[in-house]
Ligand binder design. Sequence first.
Ligand code: SD4
Length: 317
Amino acid sequence: DSSNPIVLTTWAFPEATSVAWNELLKGGNRIDALEAGCSKCEELQCDGTVGYGGSPDENGETTLDALFFDGVNMNMGAVGGLRRVKNAMSVARRVLENTEHSFLIGDLATRFAKQMGFKEEALSTNNSISMWREWKNNNCNPNFWKNVKPDPLRSCGPYQPISENSVYFNRKLFDSHNHDTIGMIVVDGYNKIAAGTSTNGANHKIPGRVGDSPIPGAGAYADNDVGAAVATGNGDVMMRFLPSFLAVEEMRRGSTPLEASRIAVKRISDKYPNFAGAVLAVNRNGEYAAACNGMNEFPYSVIRQGWDQVIVNLVKC
Ligand code: SD4
């Protein structure tokens, strides 16, 4: 089929999915649709995990990660730890289209964004500040722990060189309410594919932490000859396995999207049986599937040619 457009996103994000779809209906291409769809989630603060006002870091600041991966010419634009600019996906598109580079980080990504005309503004909200206060009071206050056995999974900085007592590697950054990054795949009416992600990362992360979402092959990957994949979940673990790259390469070798997403998830769960996360994959024929681990079920959203609305599918993990 030379023209079989489809839009898929991780999680139940029907608004973002239909905004991307409408962009295609208006004649927009994969890039326009991906930007419009993911930006919608940033605006809606989807599940508190996309856009401003979510996942405050240890200092209470929200920072954003986003990736734009174009499978037609294997070009990308990404931002990591973007500060004080709400439009992470649009800034990632500017990196893709207006530079020779692939990835900009932190304050200097903010400077680039301002040069591109984006507004600088605080990403905190009353909600993110109170989330942070509560965590700070309960986890960083030695008095709070005086009569309670400290929970080593809920510690906070300042960090020390590794010792027997180090809790650095055991912090609980993810729970069932805290892994709803948007990963989106678009095949447009020209049969061209792109994939991307946008997220505010992990709750109470150490300032400077960047997750898997903006890393090519980890959060998203696309190759027009094969298909695309996106991933969501515990990025600190998942990025070590490049699950989106693996899923695409498995499809290149002949796996179906179901086999490919399962292989990518299993590669991680073999080493980290409890990791929470999911991989969603689509191939050039428009077949798609997802696999997940460490949650009960994983919802994802789809709309394609001939459907009049977005469908949310549930995969059992
Ligand atoms: C991260 N992978 O920063 C992101 C979080 C996530 O769905 O996917 N949430 O680790």
